[in-house]
Design a binder for this molecule. Structure first.
Ligand SMILES: [Fe+2]
Length: 274
């Protein structure tokens, strides 16, 4: 098996311009909230913020936990809302998703391609989901497909997207739900120095760290935020956000994080878990 391919355009400046949105946690019922935040409203507010930003982006990476209730209606809502941005969007699954229903995203225009090929870069959309479990694991098939994709284009820079964190972010309760076989992942990419970055979701916070020459980048959720460096479950008053990624021809990843203005969405302070 090989990853589904999509040729993507390189802009006149030689760069690939991407947007990351993650962890929308939508419900079939648009009034339902998650820990006191209406996830449909916060997603819509993020989309409005992106539209008002006037930044150039040609593709959107949706990095999992798109639904909270697994319903087909929630995925349809994601697809209909993201279509407001008028750019192709690709998806990968998070721990809260149900792939049988998530596949229906494609009927509504969200693309299932997992290997995006441009002039200087390839972007890989990997599956780390263990259905029904919060932690991540890369299947042997996915590891083989990763190796195959990396071997296919040794001269292109590589950005890898996945839902789970392959390195700890420093929050004990979140790091127990990491990518369990990260060592296998690192063994594979060790042979490919052209891997420049790994972007992920799951941790609902901003995170940027250089490890062994690879940029590890997490993006805030479009709804609730988790408090960084917290041993136990704790919500943060930081606001929903999104990320812009510019992939340069030389292999650099320039990135900018945006959040909604202060106190736009505040979680229920009595929430005890997630
Ligand atoms: Fe999430």
């Amino acid at each position: 098996m090989a990853l589904t391919k999509l040729n993507i355009t390189t802009a006149e400046d030689g760069c690939v311009h991407l947007l990351q949105v993650t962890d929308t946690h939508l419900f079939a019922d648009e009034q339902t909230g998650l820990l006191g935040v209406n996830t449909n409203a916060s997603f819509q507010a993020v989309l409005n913020d992106i539209k008002n930003d006037n930044i150039r982006f040609d593709y959107i990476l949706a990095t999992g936990d798109l639904s909270q209730d697994h319903s087909k209606a929630s995925y349809q809502r994601f697809a209909e809302n993201i279509a407001q941005l008028q750019r192709p969007c690709v998806w990968l699954p998070g721990n809260h998703d149900m792939q049988a229903n998530m596949q229906t995203l494609e009927q509504h225009g969200v693309l299932g391609a997992k290997q995006l090929i441009s002039e200087h870069w390839q972007v890989l959309m990997l599956d780390t989901q263990v259905e029904g479990s919060p932690h991540g694991m890369m299947s042997q098939q996915q590891i083989d497909e990763l190796k195959q994709a990396l071997s296919e284009y040794p001269d292109k820079h590589v950005l890898i997207a996945m839902h789970h964190q392959a390195i700890p972010v420093g929050s004990k309760w979140l790091d127990q739900h990491n990518l369990k076989n990260a060592s296998q992942f690192f063994e594979v990419i060790a042979d490919f120095p052209n891997v420049r970055g790994v972007v992920f979701g799951h941790v609902h916070q901003n995170y940027e760290f250089q490890f062994d020459g690879v940029a590890f980048i997490a993006t805030p959720s479009t709804c609730i935020q988790f408090l960084p460096l917290s041993a136990n479950f704790a919500l943060d008053h930081q606001q929903p956000g999104w990320r812009y990624l510019q992939l340069t021809p030389e292999g650099r990843i320039a990135t900018r994080l945006r959040r909604l203005s202060e106190r736009s969405f505040l979680p229920d302070p009595k929430s005890k878990g997630y």
